[in-house]
Design a protein around this ligand. Structure first.
Ligand SMILES: Cc1ncc(COP(=O)(O)O)c(C=O)c1O
Length: 399
């Protein structure tokens, strides 16, 4: 049977991920295997740094190239993207720059959000007198109806993860976006678990702000993130930190003119702060090129297709896949366990702890989150990985 286009390409790039041949790596939701192309770009930056050959003009050009690559990945413009350190930094930068009035509120589903999309909002409570309204999850999902019902006349922001870190379901971002836009409420998205795995277009989803980091599905390093803010929104905001890169300047980077009469930079560039994490931006630039080359629609099909096969394989050997048979809310993340716990990274269920230890002892890579075993797939995974993990579970069952 002829192979569909794309399959051969995914097979070929597997060799560019050193860890892919060392046991099934299903832990992109914690961090990705580093792409050899990103590693090579990083090495060459470090060589230049070590030998005094770094060139600031080239470094800034690389910053702009990566900014544009990321913007294109999510259907945005380069001016709508700011550099950050991580997701928390992105959410906090956006949140703290909003013109809050005492009594305003944010709606979110606390039980399913990562601290990166909780603490920045809670941190604003004492400063601005705002409220955080939390909605209960339904069957491990962020519920569209519950979220919409919680919006009132004082709601300024709805904050959601596009895919939750556990149990890993997709959130109803598009439906929330349409309704938020209609009601004049901003939609802020934590994209840490989706951007780079799930094809995302911020415009058609009506997203106002989106923060992500580069060490997971963007296949880069820790310590770098991106913040998208829709131009019409960012240009109405004053950045919480004012920096030389956040203002419109010409000529040398430090030539800010009269600091009393600064003009803010276009769009989200006003949120850039000081010098950049150049090596991490250069590295992720190569990974972004790879994602573009593969095509995000192909990437999504590949990773979610493998996740579906993994979930079906688990069900066949009797594992309690959270949520049962994969459906339209499934992603590239499969979680296993009977119920969602409260602790971030512990498994209260002894049997699941035993299975985790067995898999790790047999070179599989996965995480435990909220009492669930979490398997997360990316471009370097293949059907062989899926078959190997299901087979390990089968052997564990027989013991
Ligand atoms: C949904 C989600 N948001 C955010 C983060 C990370 O936040 P930060 O980059 O601020 O450490 C993670 C995982 O680490 C995550 O799963």
């Amino acid at each position: 049977m002829p192979q569909p286009a794309g399959v051969t390409r995914f097979g070929a790039i597997r060799a560019s991920f050193a860890g892919a041949s060392q046991g099934p790596y299903m832990d992109v939701s914690a961090r990705s295997l580093l792409y050899a192309g990103a590693r090579a770009a990083l090495d060459s930056y470090l060589d230049a740094n070590a030998t005094g050959r770094l060139d600031k003009t080239e470094m800034f050009a690389a910053i702009e190239k990566t900014r544009s690559l990321f913007a294109r990945l999510i259907g945005a413009e380069a001016d709508e993207i700011a550099y950050t350190r991580n997701v928390t930094d992105g959410i906090a930068t956006f949140a703290a720059s909003l013109p809050w009035q005492c009594g305003d509120n944010v709606v979110l589903c606390e039980a399913l959000e990562h601290p990166a999309n909780l603490l920045p909002w809670y941190g604003l409570r004492p400063r601005f007198g705002i409220d955080v309204k939390t909605v209960a999850p339904v069957r491990g999902r962020i519920p569209l109806e519950g979220m919409l019902a919680a919006i009132d006349g004082r709601t300024r922001v709805v904050a959601v993860s596009s895919v939750t870190f556990a149990p890993g379901f997709r959130s109803p971002v598009g439906a929330l976006g349409a309704e938020c836009r209609r009601r004049g409420v901003l939609l802020a998205v934590d994209g840490a678990q989706s951007i780079g795995a799930i094809d995302t277009h911020v415009g058609s989803l009506n997203v106002d702000a989106l923060a992500t980091s580069t060490q997971k599905t963007l296949m880069g390093l820790y310590g770098l993130g991106f913040l998208y803010v829709r131009r019409a929104v960012s240009e109405s905001l004053d950045p919480i930190f004012l920096s030389r890169f956040g203002i419109a300047t010409e000529g040398h980077e430090a030539a800010v003119g009269n600091p009393r009469e600064y003009k803010l930079a276009k769009g989200s560039r006003r949120f850039d702060v000081g010098n950049f994490n150049f090596p991490a931006a250069i590295a992720v630039g190569r990974s972004l090129e790879l994602l573009h080359e593969l095509g995000m629609d192909n990437v999504e099909r590949h990773v979610c297709g493998l996740a579906r096969k993994l979930a079906l394989g688990f069900l066949e050997v009797g594992l309690p896949v959270f949520g049962g048979e994969p459906g339209s809310e499934s992603s590239h993340i499969v979680t296993v366990g009977r119920s969602l716990g409260l602790e971030h990274d512990s498994a209260g269920d002894e049997r699941m702890r035993d299975l985790y230890a067995y898999l790790v002892a047999n070179n599989a890579h996965l995480s435990i989150r909220r009492d669930l075993l979490r398997f997360s797939l990316h471009v370097y995974n293949n059907e062989e990985d899926v078959a190997q993990v299901v087979d390990l579970v089968r052997r564990w069952n027989r013991r």
